[in-house]
Design a protein around this ligand. Sequence first.
Ligand code: 48H
Length: 258
Amino acid sequence: MDEVIISRAIIESFNKDLLDALSVDVAIAGAGPSGLICAYYLAKQGFKVAIFERQLRVGGGLPGGGMMFNRIVIQEEAKGIMEEFDINIKKYKDDLYVADSLETISTMCSKTIKQGVKIFNLINVEDVVIRKDKITGLVLNWSAVSWSKLHVDPLAIKSKAVVDATGHDTEVCKIVERKIGPKLKTETGKIMGEKSMWVEVGEGQIVANTKEVYPGLVVCGMAANAVLGSPRMGAIFGGMFISGRKAAEVVKGIIKRK
Ligand code: 48H
């Protein structure tokens, strides 16, 4: 055993994946539940997908369950996705099921990676690449650079489609609104803003809200409701999963259109 060999193994292996991710079919910002599910269904259909996650860990708001009780609730419509991932669910009442949030996120992450998705954590999406009126990639920097506010220029990757799966923050859409102007496909062209909790409406509207909001840019999960002005829904996650799966279909349409 040799320290330098260990270092070389890590650097070479990581660099190979990062170099390969410079040009992908789909670049996803955020490795929360909606981003993971979207990536999984795209990779399952043969697309080359990379996710960039600014935190150390994946999962976004899912592992924390509801108010740190590490359980999530899902509804009947999302049962098929839980079955696809082979995650245990327990019927609670009517069409509602309970799952362990740690089993859910670890299984989703594992199966998404095994499907061929590359997840790069500790990397912050700080801008988009634009060609005429179309998003064609992401601008990336180490999270440590942005957290410590260092003046270090970023690097960029190219993709056929970009997915904003950054949750409540709607980070990619915010960048587009700020830098390109009010041209998002919403009522005002701007981010409409997330509304207060109303589970039925929030879960009801999330699928319709999952769409291409600017050429080459799809919004999914909590970001979809925040951009399109729908309510939050608390610790029920079925809508996030179904939105991720729909985002994969929308992305497929964008790539086919080319
Ligand atoms: C790289 C970034 C950046 C960036 C953010 O918040 P998430 O879990 O998002 P969803 O939509 O998959 O799930 C939402 C759900 O967790 C939730 O919050 C619910 C259901 N709330 C209801 C309620 O009432 O509150 O994950 C987003 C991920 C996170 O891991 C972020 O760290 C990451 O995106 N992220 N990654 N570059 N600029 N911004």
